[in-house]
Unconditional design. Structure first.
Length: 575
């Protein structure tokens, strides 16, 4: 496997062996490369920053749920190191070109035109992108489909990425030929946009199989792996049945669903925006209740949501999106929320950051609380020259400054996701201490605090939550390094042999010994890279804390507060 380096200023490129990055993949690879090669004190939109797209160690294999792609850079949103994770077809296609990572370096002049980068075999072509520049992602993707055919596998930025908005995503082709999968968090699309790359296309004809070194051992491990995923109630019933939105009612019942910009832990209209309600609408309108977001998915938690006329509107309609644009913004109309999800995919914006930004606009009196149409109109301005659209597209902290709002639910510059840290303290510890900024996927304490998967730790109290978060942060980084979907953790946490089977898959695929200890070491070393980068970027332990209002305001209905000190939280970080 190789690394492809592309200089976006000179348009030179080189293929290299893995060298010092051998035996790494996914997040472990992106974070090691960024920590090694990017000055920690550089501006995220400068020529010194690099953007890395990497498949996991199991990318290209037939292991179930191994098709996730990692995108890494210094984040324009947080000012620290960032890995953003996405589904789609990209990660499994790269090994067919004998590639594990693509590194975009340097930066063209400000007036340089955008290009489409076409990668085939040992050649890279820089094509004029003027026919898709300024276009929303779906029509731009359709033009790429017309040019490259229905085998197209692409990554692209929308209008917000072109303008380097801090909420900008990179959108990836999904299995249904839609640009509906997002590397969403941290503004990775802004970094690619700063390098004047509108789209990346992998040669549709490249189809060199990536075979395991020990085919029989891999086949045996793969069968056991599928069994683990298909025999756990979360990965075989809950997620396929109702998508991630199954959590709306669950988290609301737990009193941890942030409502009206994190004022309350329960939302009166939760049932109207729940996974159960959405599944009912999908079935009535001829959509799809379950589908995979990437190659080889057996969990099938994504969905196709149709509008009232039965026409496709959006997919990947996730719990976080529904919460951010629903409960947190007090919007009750599920079709309005679905429309905003589609707008975010079109403009190329992270739905969590944008949803929180909408709440800040409501907080600042720019639009009324709960007004779905006003929120839609606001999001339609993003990616344009409209000043209000430029503000919203730069995230919560930027909006707070522009609108005179002090109630800003962010950590290290990134807005918090759909679990109030006062009532789910395990994930709150993760928000505070992960190098990623406020991020639930970095250590999903909801498992133990609410779902009681892999243990039972009280989310309303402090005991056990620091240790829980630390262990989950390590395991998550390891899973990201393999290129596995994070949702496999639900099954792995309750399976005695889960980690061992993942290790067996790696051993059989690569032909190199790989133990459970090696699996955990991947995560530990990945976190060390990230913490080291952030330390050199100027972060200190005082950045490992949540906004003060979480400590001073009691959260109904449990009337709990955030009560960890900075010193207590340091135990959640690897050494």
């Amino acid at each position: 496997m190789r690394i492809l380096r592309i200089n976006t200023r000179t348009r030179e490129y080189s293929f290299e062996d893995m060298g010092q990055y051998a035996n790494l993949g996914g997040r472990a690879l992106t974070s090691r490369l960024i920590n090694t090669e990017v000055p920690a004190n550089c501006h995220p939109l400068s020529a010194e920053n690099k953007l890395v797209i990497a498949g996991g160690i199991l990318a290209g294999s037939t292991a179930a749920n191994s098709g996730r792609v990692s995108v890494g850079a210094k984040s324009p949103l947080t000012g620290g190191i960032k890995e953003s994770n996405s589904g789609g077809l990209f990660a499994h296609k790269m090994p067919k070109l004998n590639l594990l990572a693509i590194v975009f370096e340097d930066k063209p002049e400000a007036d340089a035109p955008f290009c489409t980068v076409f990668i085939s075999g040992d050649k890279v072509e820089f094509k004029d992108a003027s026919n898709i520049v300024g276009m929303d992602n779906y029509p731009a993707h359709d033009k790429l489909l017309d040019e490259y055919g229905d085998k197209l596998i692409a990554a692209l930025v929308g209008p917000v990425g072109e303008k380097c908005g801090k909420t900008a995503t990179i959108q990836f082709t999904d299995p249904y030929k839609r640009p509906a999968r997002s590397a969403g968090r941290g503004g990775m699309g802004a970094v690619l946009g700063s390098k004047k790359v509108k789209a990346i296309v992998l040669d549709p004809e490249a189809n060199e199989p990536y075979k395991p070194v020990d085919a029989e051992a891999f086949k045996t491990a793969r069968k056991e792996w599928v069994g683990i995923l298909k025999n756990h109630p979360v990965t075989s019933q809950g997620l396929p049945g109702f998508g991630t939105a199954v959590l709306v009612n669950v988290i609301n019942e737990a009193g941890a669903l942030p409502t009206k910009n994190f004022r309350y832990g329960q939302c009166d209209h939760a049932a109207d925006i729940s996974g159960e309600k959405i599944a009912e609408l999908i079935e009535a309108r001829g959509g799809k209740v379950k589908e995979g977001c990437h190659t080889g998915c057996v969990i099938q938690c994504s969905q196709q949501y149709n509008d009232k006329n039965g026409e496709y509107l959006t997919s990947g309609f996730e719990y976080e999106t529904i919460w951010a644009l629903g409960a947190n913004s007090m919007i009750k109309d599920i079709d309005a929320i679905a429309t905003m999800d589609r707008i975010c995919d079109e403009k190329g914006m992270d739905t969590i950051e944008i949803g929180n930004s909408v709440a800040i606009a409501m907080e600042g009196g720019i639009i009324p609380w709960g007004d779905g149409q006003a929120a839609i109109d606001l999001l339609q301005k993003c990616g344009s020259e409209d000043h209000l659209g430029r503000i919203i597209a730069n995230g919560v902290d930027f909006c707070g400054g522009a609108f005179g709002v002090d109630r800003l639910p962010t950590c290290k510059g990134q807005s918090l996701p759909a679990y109030d840290p006062r009532a789910v303290k395990g994930v709150g510890v993760t928000y505070a201490t992960t190098p990623m900024g406020g991020d639930h996927t970095a250590g999903y304490g909801v498992c133990q605090n609410v779902l009681k998967v892999g243990g039972d730790v009280d989310g309303l109290g402090k005991e056990g939550n620091v240790e829980t978060s630390k262990n989950l942060q390590i395991a998550t980084a390891s899973i990201d390094a393999l290129g596995m979907c994070l949702f496999v953790a639900f099954a792995v946490l309750d399976a005695e042999n889960g980690a061992q089977i993942m290790a067996d898959l790696v051993t059989a695929q690569t032909g190199k010994p790989f133990s459970v200890d090696d699996f955990l070491a991947l995560g530990v070393n990945c976190l060390k890279d990230e913490l080291d980068f952030n330390k050199r970027a100027g972060f200190t332990k005082t950045d490992d804390q949540l906004p003060r209002f979480f400590s001073t305001e009691k959260l109904p209905p449990h009337n709990v507060v955030w009560d960890f000190s900075v010193e207590e939280l340091q135990a959640a970080k690897v050494e």
